[in-house]
Design a protein. Structure first.
Lengths: 113, 113
């Protein structure tokens, strides 16, 4: 089964608005991580949320996790042009390290100045 | 802030040639990974490595692929006889023991002609 499907596939908003991206998965997980990828570049780790957590904040980022619905959302508040990138969720089943990540298809976010 | 580095940033090779992609993980990390991303597609897991041996590998990681940690700092991915379909961005990642947070390098773009 496919793990980690983000929606929308693409999102364009005006600078200053909030951007919300969603991720759904099919099997049970232990951690869910969000990454940002600027075009053709590397993956930047944004935030990790564990399966026993419901919400986590980091700066302008807010991540929620609903294990009953097998979904997560990433909210970027007060968006900036520099937030233009693709955003991926990645899941794993590990209680500690050494576990592969399964990535979603990504949401391409464009911030219009 | 410590980061994962990768060299080269771009490698062009002829089909059938051997390539070695190099990575320097974050120094106190114990778990190492290779992933790849074919243009426009998901990031896919290739292999994980811990305690000087492969922990897990995907079906992509066939006999043409090998990994090595030749010294205390480098982590390499070798493709013995490259194929056209090996063209992709290859990402190295490393992680610590506390959780499965994985930090990615900037990637090596491999082009097989």
């Amino acid at each position: 089964s496919q793990q980690g499907e983000e929606d929308p596939q693409a999102l364009s908003i005006q600078e200053g608005e909030n951007a919300t991206m969603n991720c759904s998965y099919k099997t049970s997980i232990n951690n869910l991580q969000w990454y940002r990828q600027n075009s053709g570049r590397g993956l930047v780790h944004l935030i990790l949320i564990r399966s026993n957590e419901r919400e986590k904040h980091s700066g302008r980022l807010r991540v929620t996790l609903d294990t009953s619905k097998k979904s997560s959302s990433l909210l970027i508040t007060a968006s900036r042009a520099a937030d233009t990138a693709s955003y991926f969720c990645a899941t794993d089943k590990s209680n500690f390290g050494n576990e592969k990540l399964t990535f979603g298809t990504g949401t391409r976010l464009t911030i219009i100045p | 802030e410590p980061e994962v580095t990768q060299t080269p940033s771009h490698q062009v090779t002829q089909m059938g040639q051997e390539v070695i992609l190099r990575c320097v993980p974050i120094s106190n990390h114990l778990y190492f990974y290779w992933y790849r991303q074919i243009l426009g597609q998901k990031v896919e897991f290739l292999v994980s490595f811990y305690n000087n041996e492969i922990s897990e590998k995907s079906e992509i990681f066939d006999d043409q692929f090998s990994v090595e940690r030749p010294d205390g700092s480098n982590f390499t991915l070798k493709i013995r006889s490259t194929k056209l379909e090996d063209s992709a961005m290859y990402f190295c990642a490393s992680g610590g023991q506390e959780n499965n947070e994985q930090f990615f390098g900037p990637g090596t773009r491999l082009t097989v002609l």
